[in-house]
Design a protein around this ligand. Structure first.
Ligand code: SAJ
Length: 427
């Protein structure tokens, strides 16, 4: 199959790198996004998100004329949909996936579809979402045929190919990772494979659309369950007065044991979201997956309780003082180490809650950001780590950034330390 023009719908953390990498293979790429600011930024050759190396390839792709962004869909030979799939607020079954962005994107591209086109859903989706997308396309274009009714003879090919790249390593992983290709028919998989072969050096493995959907949810649920195990261990060890970091190191010496690391909770927009897509479809069966979500979502409150305990401990040693005299410093706000991404970060959530509750001085240290997001932590002071260490009575280590790993123990020991990442206690 030949793809002269490829359109990527949704120019966010996945869509923009994908569009740029395809364009870097000298294919004409039309990026579509509802965000006018994003479209203008990209057309200038700049980027509106933070991802290493992305600026260089977007700049080159735009300047060489292979990548162009617009707010309105245009005809193409293949359409890659990479829009968000958040979940709606809780109902009886937990959290229900919100497919409205996929619906809007499919209705939008339906207008420009022509016989022979390929439509790929890349957004992480609940099982059945690709079939639903194909149904929306068919409803909007009764003049074309689709795989759900015409099988291999259909005018349009439809597949689900979930993205699996790690934020911070997107440009490399887009090319190197294996791809799961779930076509609605074998020919759909074949067409999608031909598209990914343009830029993927990993293996392209074909399956059904439903299995591909479930594969992505399974990968992130696997990680969530394993992090929950580590988080639960950390709570148990705290109660039993055991150093969890040493414990995990020792247990991991077993050839078939590989425990992940505890932390203040699970952040980002994938691992904390995707398992709910399984739970909401099969609430009776997905007991372990639901519990893992609850354990990880409960961890920030456990950390906050520890901070309150630490304030009590500090005051019992300094009876002349009140909580107003206590300085608490939160080290790290990002959702994982060495990135500046504060979205869905348990560390940020904990720092905000401490600020809300604590009447004394609140300090925050985040080496990866220059200023705090608008409206966040208005009563906290952002400092470098040396100054914060000087002033803090209580240190809450929330993210294992490389800068924090270099801090001398003798300086830290002057304060009460709550180390959620084992940066100090794990040494
Ligand atoms: N975390 C721990 N302990 C660990 C590992 C991670 O507490 O041992 C925490 C992190 O601090 C962070 C959260 O989990 O708050 C998630 O971080 P992550 O690095 O595990 O994953 P993400 O969300 O950045 O990216 C994941 C990846 N999925 C898997 O590794 C199975 C990535 O490959 C996916 O493409 C991405 O989700 C996605 O878009 O779905």
């Amino acid at each position: 199959m030949k793809f002269n023009t490829i359109s990527v719908i949704g120019l966010g953390y996945i869509g923009l790198p994908t569009a740029a990498v395809i364009a870097s293979r000298r294919k004409k790429v039309i990026g579509v996004d509802v965000n006018q600011h994003a479209v203008e930024t990209i057309n200038r050759g700049d980027i509106h998100i933070v991802e290493p190396e992305l600026d260089i390839i977007v700049h080159a792709a735009v300047k060489e004329g292979y990548l162009r962004a617009t707010t309105e869909p245009e005809p193409a030979d293949a359409f890659l949909i990479a829009v968000p799939t958040p979940f709606n607020a809780e109902n009886g079954n937990g959290h229900v996936p919100d497919l409205s962005y996929i619906e809007a994107a499919s209705k939008n591209i339906a207008q420009v579809l022509k016989k022979g086109d390929l439509v790929i859903l890349e957004s992480t989706s609940p099982v059945g979402a690709t079939e639903q997308m194909a149904a929306w396309l068919a409803e909007a274009r009764p003049d074309l045929t689709f795989p759900q009714t015409y099988g291999e003879e259909s005018d349009i090919r439809v597949a689900h190919c979930p993205e699996r790249v790690l934020p911070g390593h997107v440009v490399r992983e887009l090319v190197e990772n294996d791809r799961v290709i779930g076509g609605m028919t074998a020919k759909c998989s074949e067409a999608a494979t031909a598209l990914y072969k343009i830029f993927v050096e990993g293996e392209c493995i074909t399956t059904t659309a439903r299995t591909a959907e479930m594969a992505k949810l399974t990968e992130n649920s696997f990680r969530d369950v394993n992090i929950a195990f580590a988080n639960e261990l950390s709570i148990i060890c705290d109660k039993l007065d055991i150093n969890v970091w040493e414990l995990i190191r020792l247990a991991n010496r077993h050839p078939r044991v590989n425990i992940l690391q505890p932390g203040p909770g699970v952040g980002g927009h994938c691992i904390a979201v995707d398992p709910w897509f399984i739970v909401s479809e099969t609430p009776e069966e997905a007991r372990l997956i639901r519990t893992a979500r609850e354990v990880n979502d409960g961890k920030p409150q456990w950390v906050i309780d520890k901070v309150n305990e630490a304030v009590g401990k500090f005051l019992s040693h300094h009876p002349e003082k009140t909580a107003k005299d206590v300085t608490i410093a939160c080290f790290g706000l990002a959702f994982k180490p060495d990135i500046d991404d504060l979205r869905e970060s348990p560390a940020l959530k904990i720092a905000e809650e401490i600020e809300r509750n604590h009447p004394g001085t609140n300090l925050v240290v985040e080496p990866n950001v220059e200023s705090l997001p608008c409206g966040k932590l208005m009563k906290s002071m952002i400092l470098n780590h040396d100054d914060a260490l000087q002033q803090a009575d209580i240190i809450v280590l929330l993210v294992d950034h490389k800068e924090f790993k270099k801090i001398e123990m003798s300086i830290v020991e002057r304060a009460i330390v709550i180390d959620t990442r084992g940066v100090f206690e794990g040494r």
